[in-house]
Design a protein around this ligand. Structure first.
Ligand SMILES: Nc1nc2c([nH]c(=O)n2[C@H]2C[C@H](O)[C@@H](COP(=O)(O)OP(=O)(O)OP(=O)(O)O)O2)c(=O)[nH]1
Ligand SMILES: [Mg+2]
Length: 130
């Protein structure tokens, strides 16, 4: 079974909105919306992976990151550990740098059905705290 560690950023602006992006049609969890992020590479810390992935995918440099949740999930073909970082300060303006659609959503309006099943608990926690 493939084992992956993933670092993702919950980018939240001063209005309490979160920037989410849509996964590609040919990717695992195709077309689902997600918190930008990706695989932690060999020898890389979760924080460093977060900064690298956020720059690659949405063009921002995080200035702070607080671990909000860490979840394990078993897909039929892989076991993933997801690190969800709350980022409320960054340099730049997030956009779909890899051509992916992106949008701001009020924290209370996040919809679990739009995200991969692994995100269920973190979406519930975000809504509860909105
Ligand atoms: N980025 C992100 N990935 C998520 C979320 N929820 C969730 O189940 N995943 C899963 C989907 C993928 O199996 C994995 C993330 O991999 P990825 O495709 O983003 O990896 P990556 O950016 O490094 O891209 P690549 O190397 O495959 O090109 O985690 C989420 O909210 N954000
Ligand atoms: Mg990614």
């Amino acid at each position: 079974m493939k084992k992956l560690q993933i670092s993702t950023g919950i980018l939240r602006n001063a209005a309490g909105e979160i920037f989410i992006t849509q996964r590609a049609a040919d990717a695992h969890m195709a077309n689902m919306w997600e918190f930008p992020g990706g695989k932690i590479e060999e020898g890389e810390s979760p924080e460093l992976a977060l900064a690298r992935e956020l720059f690659e995918e949405v063009g921002i440099l995080p200035e702070s990151a607080m671990l909000f949740d860490k979840l394990e999930f078993e897909f039929p073909d892989r076991h993933i550990t997801l690190w969800f970082w709350l980022v409320d300060s960054w340099q730049g303006e997030p956009w779909g740098k890899e051509g992916q659609p992106g949008r701001w959503v009020a924290q209370k309006d996040l919809l679990a059905e739009e995200f991969p099943p692994a995100n269920g608990p973190v979406i519930a926690k975000l809504i509860a705290q909105a």
